[in-house]
Ligand binder design. Sequence first.
Ligand code: NDP
Ligand code: OXD
Length: 319
Amino acid sequence: MQRKSPVIIDLKFDPQQVAAALKGAFADREVINLLHPANRNRDLSDVDYAVVWKPGADLFSRARNLKAVFSGGAGVDHVLSLPGLPDAPLVRFVDRSLATRMSEWVAMQCLLHLRQHLAYEAQRRQRIWRELVQPEAREITVGVMGFGVLGQDAAVKLKALGFNVIGWSRSRKHVEGFETYDAGGLDAFLARTDLLVGLLPLTAETTGIYNTGLFSRLSRKGPFGAPVFINAGRGGSQIEADIVASLGDGTLHGVSLDVFEQEPLPLESPLWSMEKVFITPHASAASDVKALVAHVERQIARFERGEPFEFLVDRASGY
Ligand code: NDP
Ligand code: OXD
């Protein structure tokens, strides 16, 4: 029987979760977990596959003959920027568990803003008992920028909660029940959007896209008189100085941020202490490592049967 290539695992996730997920995984091949000190100087030159999240800078010079690279997350900006990335297929992580987690976070943030939770928290700190007017979800249009796997899953769940939902993507998506816009329809999309949800990948085109110019084109007709910005895509797509200024001058009513230009968010960032801000530490949708391993096993099995990989990254587009 032909020897099956080992799999390199270089996942900067919780080491215990990784170790637990790898028990019994890849049953018919060796697993080289680079978190394990014994593998520090291991020869990787004959390995076909690597599963990576923020891998070591020398990984691709050590593993010189990879036939495929699997991203440990949906985003691949962390891989595409690495020196020596081989010209081999790059597969991203797409899975129900990831979409469910992201949609939970997005729905929670939309509800927190709809139900004016920042205002209630401010009242609580001052021991004020005052009920605020309660707009309904149907009075609010959520615009999802990045109407891909995660954006569409979130849209379905937001719609079930009663929000109007519209989507924006590079190429127009035809999804029953949703009005959608393509890249050229950005102004029309923004003019209708009361709550902007960012689920874009980080590419040359999306770097810095969430800036004052964009915020000022959002709808001001919603119940709060100014729009809300919610971002779980990538921090490199937002200009944080513009977010701070837009909150200050009322261009934005509130924000929820899971991702930042620099992570961890520097201690001196004004965002930490601003009243109209919800912050989570890049925690909206962590990869479930067991689900990731199962996904990679499926993709390798397809490849070795001669079938194409699913969820291939288009290097030219950057996602
Ligand atoms: P997809 O590739 O399925 O969707 C990306 C969407 O963005 C597509 O609709 C795509 O358009 C659109 N898009 C990309 N570039 C542009 C552009 N220049 N102009 C307009 N639209 C554009 O990715 P996922 O939904 O799976 O993931 C999205 C991102 O979410 C990831 O790349 C990652 O950065 C982030 N993420 C963050 C997590 C977190 O914990 N904070 C967890 C998981 C993911 P088109 O459909 O036309 O290609
Ligand atoms: C991802 C992430 O891209 O966790 O999956 O950010």
